[in-house]
Design a protein around this ligand. Structure first.
Ligand SMILES: Cc1ncc(COP(=O)(O)O)c(C=O)c1O
Length: 426
């Protein structure tokens, strides 16, 4: 088995793939939080750029990737598809393990795939500032980079727990020219409520989203950008799976099992959705979404309408949720500390197409260390959740004597999270 599939430029997709076009039944629509009626696209205009809203509601199977965005993607895409030779050897498993490595992007994760597209759409409409939230800082730094490329100011509300654990990410965002505030902050009404109660409040993605949305709604030249959850964000990430499909073909393999970690669901969906197409056509593929024990939105949450944020400013989304007021403990995988789940991922869970699992932080870090020693890449704490499930699947294959092909998304590297791997800190 070759270690790497090739990274030919013609493997870079010309279009995003929109799974909605292939679903017989769509998830229940987002609702206006005031009227509880299905949301009209124009009601989103105070928050998002129009071009983004068009993509969010589109039912076209393919959406062209603009040339300007493809040129920036070419900086790091196609990303490598790697055969995990040493991991397979160390586990003495008959399974064949492949991973799509998104850590080669400029800021080290898959988040650039949608950040670049969103900043491009905003710039095209003359938006001056994009606001956003960030958990671990991966999304914030991806948007900060995209803003620098397309000439847009970026304001990031960074969840306090991560802001304090991960100064490297803040520095990176500031180097790209973004402004970064610790959330909950005193800068917005939504943040002040929590900040006043406790200036050391650890924060949550839900609160940080409220702060970022509030600023966007208050200024017509400012829009909000979300790094996960929404249909269009998942669609931007489909380039991961589309590339993986061609690269796997080159490697002469097709996945039996597809694995990814889930915070809001975007990296998992990005890899999985192009393969779910085949499952809908009758191919047998298992899809495993992995979440932290500390924030088990799918496995312990309810499937119902809920707000995407804590202040209740966002539309109501039909999704797995732990409740908009849920504040997860400050685990190292800051990007997985989200109370909800992408409606499309939730829908596919409810249809039995995706299954979900949880892992404890201890188990996740143990898996990450093992992966680092064998494959030489330190996975981000978020991505390490996928690694933990892959190791279990590979051991199961050994016990069952089955030669399955496992494909997973190594959504980011953990070199800026290295302090978290210090023995005493997890
Ligand atoms: C490296 C990495 N992987 C995964 C995630 C989780 O987000 P999502 O479920 O949208 O991929 C994050 C979020 O910050 C991340 O930084």
């Amino acid at each position: 088995m070759e270690r790497y599939a090739s990274r030919k430029m013609d493997y870079l997709p010309a279009n995003f793939y929109n799974l909605k076009a292939d679903l017989k039944e769509l998830p229940p629509p987002p609702l206006n939080p005031m009227t509880r009626e299905p949301l009209k696209p124009e009601e989103l205009e105070p928050v998002f750029p129009k071009g983004f809203i068009e993509q969010e509601i589109s039912l076209e199977r393919t959406i062209p990737i603009p040339q300007e965005v493809r040129e920036v993607y070419a900086l790091y895409r196609p990303t490598p598809l790697i055969y995990a030779q040493n991991l397979v050897k160390e586990l003495s498993t008959p399974a064949k393990i492949f991973y799509k490595y998104e850590g080669v992007s400029p800021t080290g994760s898959h988040k650039s795939n949608t950040a670049l597209m969103q900043a491009y759409l905003a710039a095209k409409e003359g938006v001056e500032t994009l606001t956003t939230e960030t958990g671990a800082g991966q999304w914030g730094s991806a948007l900060a980079h995209a803003g620098a490329i397309f000439g847009i100011k970026v304001k990031v509300f960074m969840v306090r727990a991560s802001y304090r654990q991960k100064p490297g990410r803040r520095i990176m965002m500031e180097l790209f020219g973004a402004e970064v505030a610790e959330s909950p902050s005193p800068l917005t009404q939504s943040g002040f409520r929590f900040y006043q109660e406790n200036p050391n409040h650890p924060g949550s993605l839900g609160i940080a989203i409220s702060e970022a949305v509030e600023l966007a709604v208050k200024n017509s030249k400012t829009k909000y950008s979300l790094g996960s959850v929404l249909d269009s964000v998942l669609m931007h990430q489909s380039i991961i799976g589309l590339e993986a499909e061609i690269q796997m073909k080159e490697a002469g393999a097709f996945p039996d099992v597809v694995v990814g970690c889930v915070g809001g669901g975007s990296n998992f969906a990005g890899l999985a959705f192009p393969f779910i197409r085949h499952r809908l056509e009758g191919q047998k593929i298992v899809f495993i979404a992995v979440e932290p024990e500390a924030c088990p939105s799918i496995t312990k949450g309810e499937l119902r309408y809920d707000h995407g944020d804590t202040a209740g400013l966002t539309p109501l989304l039909y999704m797995h949720t732990l409740g908009m007021n849920f504040v997860p403990p400050p685990i190292h995988a800051g990007g997985l500390r989200y109370h909800g789940m992408a409606p499309l991922v939730s829908h596919l869970v409810s249809k039995g197409i995706i299954e979900a699992r949880t892992y404890s932080q201890e188990k996740v870090f143990e898996a990450a260390r093992f992966f680092f020693k064998t494959e030489g890449i330190l996975p981000a704490p978020e991505s390490s959740h996928a690694v933990a499930a892959v190791i279990d699947e590979a051991i199961k294959a050994r016990e069952e004597g089955k030669e399955k092909v496992i494909l997973f998304n190594l959504s980011g590297h953990g070199f800026l999270d290295i302090a978290a791997f210090d023995h005493n800190r997890c």
